[in-house]
Design a protein around this ligand. Structure first.
Ligand SMILES: [Zn+2]
Ligand SMILES: [Zn+2]
Length: 242
């Protein structure tokens, strides 16, 4: 890969391995270019080995004095895409201002800013907990709904099968069984077809915060519509006869 240049000094960056991540380091200004996801890899490495102290009060106050305006004195461009980097406040209130590429989602951190991020997360474990809690909160009810839906589908299907056997006999039973295969497959396996995906925490960092329903969820709803159609038709018929 071509050497990429420091967005501040315009000198070639040196690829180094830091906390098991290959990052591009500027030997002149001490800044580091992190490709997408690498920053959180480094921060996780630092935190798991307990290599950072919690942020001191002094440090927190010193950072508060910095605004994005002070930092954005000159234009910095993505060393890979050449588009202008956007300044953002990590986790909205850390007052660690990083530069992110809107195109490749790489992040430029000035000297020791990634350590400031690690310190911020260590001093604010709720940042991580919040992300985890939200992720599981969105996942658990979906799982529960899925299980209730499966049990209910079996009960409805058994009802159809018994009704068909009683009213039409074996032929009715077999016909209903064939009709039930497709909606039941959708309800039982629809959700497995799309894996749960996470969006990114903060603005572009590798923490799942929200999981969204997948097309499998839609398939299960479709299955239910098919499954309930005869029941609705039957109810409509009874109502019409009344
Ligand atoms: Zn530099
Ligand atoms: Zn870029």
């Amino acid at each position: 890969m071509d050497k990429i240049k420091c967005p501040v000094c315009n000198k070639n960056l040196k690829t180094i391995t830091y906390e098991n991540q290959e990052v591009d380091f500027c030997q002149t200004c001490g800044g580091v270019w992190f490709d997408k996801g690498e920053l959180m890899g480094v921060v996780d490495g630092l935190l798991s080995k307990d290599l950072v102290d919690s942020e001191s009060v002094e440090e927190a106050y010193r950072k508060k004095a910095v605004s994005s305006k002070d930092i954005d004195i000159f234009q910095r461009c993505c060393p890979r895409c050449k588009v202008r980097l956007e300044v953002f406040n990590f986790s909205y209130d850390s007052n660690v201002f990083l530069d992110r590429c809107p195109s490749c989602l790489g992040i430029w951190a000035d000297k020791d800013e990634w350590v400031a991020i690690a310190k911020y997360i260590k001093g604010n474990p709720e940042v991580d907990k919040l992300a985890e809690a939200l992720a599981s909160e969105f996942k658990e009810p979906l799982k529960l709904i899925g299980n209730i839906s499966r049990v209910a589908a079996v009960i409805v299907s058994l009802f159809y099968l018994v009704a068909a056997s009683v009213m039409i006999g074996l032929e009715g039973f077999l016909r209903v069984l064939m009709i039930l295969v497709l909606p039941l497959a959708c309800i039982f396996f629809g959700e497995h077809m799309g894996k749960v995906t996470g969006t990114w925490f903060g603005i572009s960092l590798a923490r799942p915060i929200i999981t969204k329903p997948t097309p499998g969820f839609v398939l299960a709803i479709g299955g239910w519509l098919v499954l309930l159609t005869p029941l609705f038709a039957y109810i409509a018929q009874i109502l019409a006869e009344m």
